[in-house]
Structures are given as C-alpha cells and as structure tokens.
Design a protein around this ligand. Structure first.
Ligand code: NAP
Ligand code: MG
Length: 504
C-alpha cells in the first residue's frame, strides 16, 4: 500500500504531512541515512489498520554504526569537552523546540499511537518537554562528595579523598509504544545531562515522534553522534543493541518478558542495566474515601486512561464490601459513556489499542476471563470491526489465581474484588509479581500512611492517581524493574562514581 493517499485523507498539519514523507531514515552520526540493508517496515494508523508510512528497518549493521558513532562522540567530540552549562543549555533548547512544535508533535503522536489528540497535547507533550527542561538544570549539579577517611592500617596517614561522578559512557535505550515521546524524554534527558551518548531504539509500532525529536535535537545543537536513532524491530535492532559489547549501559522500558532477555543479553560485557517493566497495580477504595464519587471517577481514569496501555494502570480494584456495588456500578456507568473513535476526531474519548497484536492479546485475556467464569459488568469484547478497538471492560467475581488478575493485560480492562479487612486487603494487593504503583482512597490519615508503607510498589498515590512529575523518582519493586527514572535519582543510572585518594 502506498502512503500518499492515506496521508491526504488524514488531514494532518502541513508540517506533519511533509515530515512523514521524509521519515524513512535513521539518525546516525548527525546524518539521516537509509538502513544498511535498504529495508523498511510499515507504521500503521491503529484506528484503521492503514499504513501511514514506511520507516527504515535498522538491524545489527545499523546498530554497529550507531554505536561506533556514539563511542566516537563520547570519547572525542565536543560533547566531552563542553562545559556542563553548555550541555544544559542544549538540553533546555530541546524542551523549548518541543514547546514550539507542541501541536504538531501531539498530532503525530496521536496518529501513530492511537491515543487522542487531547491526551497527547495535554499530557504526553507537557510531561515530555518538561523532562528535558528539568534535566537541563541537573547538568550543572552532578557532584561527587568528599570523605573524611581514616585508613586504619596507615598510622599517621594524611589523605584527601573525594568522588567524581562521571558519565557511564555509551548508552543503549529501548523504549515502548504507549507514551513514545515521553519514554524517549525520560531516557534521553538524564543521559544527556550526565554527558553520555546514546543509541535510541523506538518501538516498531510508534517510530514517528522519536524521528521528529531527532530533527529537533539537531536543531537544538546536539553534536553529531551524541544521539543516534535506529528504528526497527526488537528481535533484531533491539537485541543487537542490548548485546553490543561497546555499549556501557542499556536502559529498557517494556514487558517483563523482554526485560529478562535484556538482562541476559547484557551479561556478555556486563553492561549496566536499568529496567522499567510492567505492572498490575492495586487501587483500593475504602468506604470512607473523602469523596466517593471522586474516587469512582479516579478509579475509572486509573484504568481507562490511555486505553489501559499504562504500566501503572490501576487494573486491580479492591473496594470495601459495603460500597463495592456502588463503586463497580459507578465505574461501569462511566465506562459505557466513553466514546471510542479515531484519536484525531475531537469528540473521541478513547482511541484504539496500538496494534493488531495488542488487540489479540487483550481479547485473549477477555476470553480467558470468560472461561474462568468471571462476570462482565460492562464491556468484554472488541468494538467494531475496523481498527484495534476494545470496549472499556469491568469484570467481577474474579479470584487472585486467575490470569486476568495476575497478568498485565495492557488494555482498558478492570478486575474488581470486594474486601472487608485491612490485613486481608494488603495481602491481596501485594499478591503479585509486580510492584510498580498502588493507590488508596481513604480519609483516615493513619490508615493511608499504614497502607502506603505496606504496599510493595515504587509509587503510591493517596486519594489521587496518575500524578507524575519530573522531580519524582519513578520505577518498580519486584519484577516491575531495576532503578528509578526521573528526579535526581535518574542521574545515578547514567553516572559512575570514581573515588580519588590523594596522599598529602
Ligand atoms: P516489548 O516487546 O517489551 O517492547 C518494548 C521494546 O522492546 C520495543 O522497542 C521492542 O521492539 C523492544 N524489544 C522487543 N524484543 C526485544 C528483544 N528481544 N531485545 C531487545 N529489545 C526488544 O513490548 P510489546 O510487545 O510492545 O508489548 C507487550 C506487552 O508489554 C504489553 O502488552 C504490556 O504488557 C507490556 N508493555 C509494558 C510497557 C511499560 O511501559 N512497562 C510498555 C509497553 C508494553 P519492537 O516492539 O519495536 O519490535
Ligand atoms: Mg503506528
């Protein structure tokens, strides 16, 4: 299928139409180049299944070239010699250029991913550009420490001991499709602030905004080779990047399954690894929630935001027995009002899932629930017969042993269970291999703190959900990952600490 007729129908901004026509190359060493093999792969509009355009299919050879460029830029280029303030100004400029092009970037993100324009414009973009602005400030604030050492076996010894925080080196970054630009920003911001150089592999489903970001980074003054972008498939380009012996660190966001493959691939040269993986987050509503109607809306948003394609989605709802029916009915009513459609149509509330594969995966879980005997209060099947839409779904009569309760579905699917006792609740909520996020709605302040402490999860929300900020560390307990992104803690992923001891 040729891209042009589809593009005309989409009625995109002139800038995006022009960009999509040139989005078929890789960014290596500051140049836009074809893949070594000359192969391309399609990216689809998930609302229709039509091909938007074809992007370069990077593979092992392209990764090799990109890593060589990143190595050279790390060892020699101006990136290494410029001051931290200069580096910070370039990172800030990336955020500014994103702000300048915010509407076009939001449109492109919505088109490629399927999310609504409004979510892309008001959530993804402001957070993504803020990640660069926030990290720009850190470039000048990465400091070591001094240590009052005593050295017991050197009587009378006199030393000055301190640590340097140095960039970890060449970094491979592999990101998913659910928040494509935001995931790129969370990874690139701290890596650049630390002085690393990068090879970024976007998800095959959503390559477009990363490529546009590549153009903006060149415009912002990022020197050649500092950020290389290789689009392509995970099993080829992604796997080569994770295994490459000249990559010092790999940062990955995606499924727990692939996260484990990354760890294995990294073993060859023992590169550093950070992982942000899946979740199956509990969202708990007590009958004394400060505003039960607000908690119901919060719980609906927690699971349905971004079509449930959020690693932190509040997919396991636990409501206190006396309000359980009211909560489930309230969320189901809201689910039924959600208008599904093309993300660029202004009256759409929820777009399609990102791909045919995700549609099959999510409907597979709905079938598994059906076989296990759950009750569908609302939803439970595919919506329409074109594009990858799934009805917002609420299930009850579930048990903790069922796959729909244990496994990450990554679609607009809620499983709801009642509870009557706080201790039983904590055991149920923590009964998961994941530990990314959790929430509790109550006005009992002691209980809120007790439960926040008892949760085994990297983020806990009290009387709110999905509150993120560049200044907050984000990451997972258990099989939800290794390390924390954003905040000052993210710098630890991209720096090494060097102890220097000077005899006086
Ligand atoms: P995935 O396979 O883990 O994809 C994430 C990234 O890893 C993509 O860039 C992917 O490439 C790449 N990748 C795949 N296999 C690889 C390999 N062997 N070596 C190196 N990189 C590799 O996730 P998915 O298949 O897109 O989605 C499946 C499930 O993952 C979802 O249903 C959801 O449960 C979970 N998920 C979680 C998150 C999160 O934010 N934690 C995000 C997305 C998905 P390509 O896709 O380009 O081939
Ligand atoms: Mg797409």
């Amino acid at each position: 299928m040729t891209a042009a007729p589809v593009l005309e129908k989409l009625n995109l901004s002139a800038a995006n139409t022009a960009f999509i026509k040139r989005a078929s190359k890789l960014l290596i060493n500051g140049e836009w180049v074809h893949s070594a093999s000359g192969k391309t792969f399609p990216t689809y509009n998930p609302a229709t299944g039509e091909v938007i355009t074809r992007c370069a299919e990077g593979d092992k050879e392209d990764i090799k070239r990109a890593v060589a460029a990143a190595r050279e830029a790390f060892e020699k280029g101006p990136w290494k010699t410029m001051t931290a303030a200069e580096r910070g100004r370039i990172i800030w400029k990336i955020g500014d250029l994103m702000l300048e092009h915010i509407d076009d970037l939001a449109e492109l993100e919505a088109l490629d991913n399927g999310k609504t324009r409004s979510v892309a414009r008001h959530v993804d973009l402001p957070l993504a550009l803020d990640a660069f602005h926030y990290m720009a400030g850190w470039a000048t604030k990465i400091c070591g420490q001094t240590f009052p050492i005593s050295v017991p076996y050197v009587p009378g010894g006199n030393f000055h001991a301190f640590s340097l925080r140095e960039p970890v080196g060449v970094v491979g970054q592999i990101i998913p499709w659910n928040f494509p630009l935001l995931m790129a920003a969370w990874k690139l911001g701290p890596a650049l602030a630390a002085g690393c150089t990068v090879v970024l592999k976007p998800a095959e489903q959503t390559p477009l905004t990363a490529l546009r970001l590549g153009e903006l980074m060149i415009e912002a003054g990022v020197p050649p080779g500092v950020v290389n972008i290789v689009t392509g498939y995970g099993e080829t380009a992604g796997a080569s990047l994770a295994a490459h012996d000249d990559v010092d660190k790999v940062a990955f966001t995606g499924s727990t399954e692939v996260g484990k493959l990354i760890v294995q691939a990294a073993a060859g040269n023992l590169k550093k690894v950070s992982l942000e993986l899946g979740g199956k987050s509990p969202n708990v509503i007590f009958k004394d929630a400060p505003d039960l109607a607000g908690a119901i809306t919060g719980a609906a948003n927690a699971v349905f935001f971004n079509h449930g394609q959020c690693c932190v989605a509040g997919t396991r709802l636990y409501a206190e027995k006396s309000v359980f029916d009211q909560v489930v009915d309230g969320i189901s009513e809201q689910a039924q009002k959600i208008k599904l459609g093309f993300g660029l149509d202004p009256d759409t509330d929820m777009g399609p899932l990102v791909s045919e594969e995700q549609l099959a995966r999510v409907t597979g879980y709905l079938d598994a629930g059906r076989r296990d005997g759950v009750e569908f209060v609302t939803g439970g099947k595919r919506f329409g017969d074109r594009g990858y839409f799934v009805e917002p779904t609420v299930m009850t009569k579930t048990k903790n042993t069922m796959s729909v309760v244990q496994e990450e579905i990554f679609g607009p699917v809620l499983v709801a269970q009642p509870f009557s006792d706080e201790e039983e609740l904590i055991n149920m909520a923590n009964d998961t291999t994941y530990g990314l996020a959790a929430a509790v709605w109550t006005k009992d302040i002691s209980r809120a703190h007790r439960i926040a402490k008892a949760y085994r999860a990297g983020t806990v929300w009290v009387n709110c959900y999905n509150i993120f900020d560049s200044a907050l560390p984000f990451g997972g307990y258990k099989q939800s990952g290794w390390g924390r992104e954003m905040s000052g803690e993210a710098l630890e992923l991209y720096t090494e600490s060097k102890a220097v001891i000077v005899a006086l």
